[in-house]
Write a protein that binds this ligand. Structure first.
Ligand SMILES: Cc1cc2nc3c(=O)[nH]c(=O)nc-3n(C[C@H](O)[C@H](O)[C@H](O)COP(=O)(O)OP(=O)(O)OC[C@H]3O[C@@H](n4cnc5c(N)ncnc54)[C@H](O)[C@@H]3O)c2cc1C
Length: 291
């Protein structure tokens, strides 16, 4: 029976293993996960009667694959849509105080979170010249260029931390927000781009339905999906194993995965589903350029 190793037991690796088992019954699929438990970024924690998420807190159904997978796994009854009113309440810790963030353009212009200078920068964003031929820049640099340092600091920086758990000064604008990048390129400003997008939506969807998808989780948190996938795969197909190196034996068409504890295992196929920095480390001897 062909053996397949999936390196990394986050949602990507687990779902891939589940689908491989579903479509290829005669394949031995092993998840190699460096941590004690699978799930990766997804980690629902229950503590003192509270449920909180250490990482992602929901998924959108604009691409229905996760919603469909959940139903397929029999989790339909446990699905919980996000509360729209609650989702609009966002707070920023500023000067030691929690401040409610505005959720509309009018709110942005009247909030006391921003100075008048910042509000003017926002109102005049549409008149800023666009630099079409700029090389890619960070999200922070983009915001600073279009609406000034204050908005980049107070709104964009925490927003990016919330979405990517990353540094707005390091995350590429083009990669992080391709739709906004296209708006600046095609319409000259974000406000004009948003207006054009609203118009296009009204034409294509005159009923005014939701365009960005519904956000979903489960009554007991996103970990529910991880537990269901892990249960389907079975304990014997999930191993705690930190991959450190990959060797391709071309003659026998085999892949050897070496681990941090000196172990090594041979497979017919090895699939990397761990973060890019881990992949780079695993691939460094096999293909330095790719790593
Ligand atoms: C704070 C935060 C909030 C987020 N919020 C959302 C959200 O609300 N909605 C949403 O859709 N997305 C959200 N995301 C993004 C989402 O969490 C990720 O895209 C997704 O979980 C990535 O899954 P993955 O399986 O590809 O990778 P990971 O979850 O990173 O899993 C990779 C796995 O590989 C393992 N691994 C690493 N190195 C090795 C090795 N050498 N050998 C073996 N195993 C290894 C890791 O331990 C891990 O279990 C958020 C991300 C973060 C950080």
């Amino acid at each position: 029976m062909p053996r397949v190793a999936i390196i990394g037991g986050g949602i990507s690796g687990l779902t891939l293993a589940y689908r491989l088992r579903q479509y290829l019954a005669d394949v031995d699929v092993q998840i190699l996960e460096s941590e004690k438990s699978v799930g990766g970024k997804i980690d629902s924690v229950k503590d003192q009667g509270f449920l909180y998420e250490s990482g992602p807190n929901g998924f959108l159904d604009s691409n229905p694959s996760t919603l469909n997978l959940s139903k397929e796994l029999g989790l339909g009854e446990q699905l919980a849509p996000a509360n729209e009113a609650a989702a609009k309440k966002r707070f920023l810790l500023m000067g030691g105080k929690l401040r409610m963030l505005p959720s509309s353009i009018i709110g942005l212009l009247t909030t006391d979170v921003l100075s008048w200078r910042a509000k003017l920068a926002l109102a005049f964003e549409r008149f800023q010249s666009n630099k079409q031929n700029l090389p890619d820049e960070s999200i922070y640099a983009f915001a600073q260029r279009r609406v000034g340092t204050e908005i980049a600091e107070k709104l964009v920086d925490p927003f990016v931390t919330g979405i990517f758990a990353g540094d707005a000064r390091l995350v590429s604008f083009q990669a992080g927000f391709p739709r906004l990048a296209a708006m600046e390129k095609n319409h000259g400003s974000i406000s004009k781009g948003l207006k054009a997008a609203r118009k296009a939506r009204q034409i294509s969807n005159p009923e005014g339905g939701r365009s960005s998808g519904q956000l979903w989780s489960f009554n007991q948190g996103l970990g529910t999906l991880i537990e269901a996938l892990a249960e389907k795969l079975g304990k014997s197909n999930i191993r705690q194993f930190k991959a450190t190196n990959l060797i391709h034996n071309k003659e026998h068409s085999k892949w050897t995965v070496e681990g941090s504890n000196g172990e090594s295992e041979s497979y017919d196929l090895a699939i990397l589903s761990c973060p890019a920095f881990s992949q780079a480390s695993i691939l460094k001897n096999l293909d330095a350029m790719l790593a």
